[in-house]
Design a protein around this ligand. Structure first.
Ligand code: NAI
Length: 313
């Protein structure tokens, strides 16, 4: 077992079952000290109990590993990080995994359906990461994973709340990656697919049985290892397939002083993905636009907007 985590402390949120449990077990097996966080509620984000986290901690300890349970909701990240610090003295790895579903068509969605999803997925990841961040900065080491979803990438019927929250997490991790770079804090996004109590409502049973969470575990384990070299990327796992997901932009076309009619007329050219280019960062995209401005005979007037100047036409 060459990827070891001796001396490292990991928080896995929502580790009482499903995917999170497999991450906690695997990291502990490889020498990490693990905070097994789980609120122990149902899949809709109501109720709570201590038994889910306790069982996983017991399993880790029986196998000779080190772990401690935490039962706080991920909204209270400071308490979860405090559990790591009080018990193990540091925090190196945060796997933001806890999640719930409140699937309902948009027309029937209530504010509660929307707010609870954002509270657990987005506020939760923010809160735990925010509390761990100062420790990671000080020690110049951190590995952060957020859990998105194909629903967040592609959208999914009945999941406007969940899709929006899962999409938000990609932006969150990508921005963290930039702020963490000089402190050796890496942040990446996972897009998993696995049978679990969360997906048993939307997948047929044979698929739930076949898509084992354990297929996702090796990828996550590598993402949070000290030898992992990338940050601000999206990685995907399911059914034994592993890969990455990246943004490519069409070559498009510069149309000086374009009208809506020009856009309509050129639509096929603008959206032709032949020869599309990979855009890795915001800076690369801004550079592309600046190059266009330099080369294009657009009539520009410059207005001041709060300190920065943007050309307008
Ligand atoms: P799961 O329901 O088995 O596990 C989620 C865990 O999070 C549960 O044990 C639950 O008690 C815990 N939890 C819920 N709210 C919490 C809170 N406020 N604080 C602390 N813990 C809380 O589901 P699964 O499938 O293992 O999901 C794990 C993550 O992966 C979720 O974020 C989910 O959205 C995401 N995901 C899963 C996919 C799949 O195919 N299973 C697909 C895409 C994303």
């Amino acid at each position: 077992m060459s990827l070891r985590f001796d001396g490292k402390v990991a928080i896995v949120t929502g580790a009482g079952g499903g995917l999170g449990k497999t991450y906690a077990l695997e990291l502990a097996k490889r020498g990490a000290k693990v905070v097994v966080n789980d609120l122990g509620g149902d899949r809709h984000g109501t109720s709570s109990s201590t038994s889910m986290a306790d069982k996983v901690v017991q399993e880790i300890k029986s196998a000779g590993g080190q772990a401690v349970a935490n039962y706080d909701s991920v909204e209270f990240g400071d308490k979860i990080v405090k559990t790591a610090i009080d018990n193990f003295g540091r925090i190196d790895i945060v796997i933001n995994n806890a999640g719930i579903l409140r699937d309902v068509s948009f027309v029937k969605m209530t504010d509660l359906d929307w707010d609870l999803i954002f509270k657990v997925h987005v506020k939760g990841a923010y809160s735990v990461t925010k509390a761990a961040w100062p420790y990671m900065r000080d020690q110049k080491y951190g590995r952060i994973v957020v859990t998105s979803s194909n629903a967040g990438v592609h959208g999914n019927f009945g999941q406007t709340n969940y899709a929006a929250a899962k999409s938000a997490l990609i932006g969150f991790a990508n921005a963290l990656a930039q702020e963490g770079a000089k402190y050796n804090i890496l942040a990446n996004t996972l897009v998993p697919t696995a049978g679990s109590r969360l997906t048993e409502t939307v997948m047929p049973q044979n698929l739930v049985d076949a898509l084992k969470p354990d297929y996702v575990t090796p990828l996550v384990t590598y993402l949070v290892h000290e030898s992992f070299p990338e940050s601000g990327k999206v990685f995907e796992a399911g059914a034994g397939w592993y890969g990455t997901l990246q943004y490519y932009k069409s070559k498009g076309k510069v149309i000086p002083n374009a009208t809506a009619d020009d856009i309509a007329k050129n639509w096929n050219v603008l959206t032709d993905m032949n020869g599309a280019e990979y855009i890795g960062t915001m800076q690369e995209q801004t550079g592309r636009l600046l190059a266009v401005l330099e080369e294009t005979p657009v009539t520009t007037t410059t207005t001041s907007t709060g300190g920065s100047t943007f050309p307008t036409n």
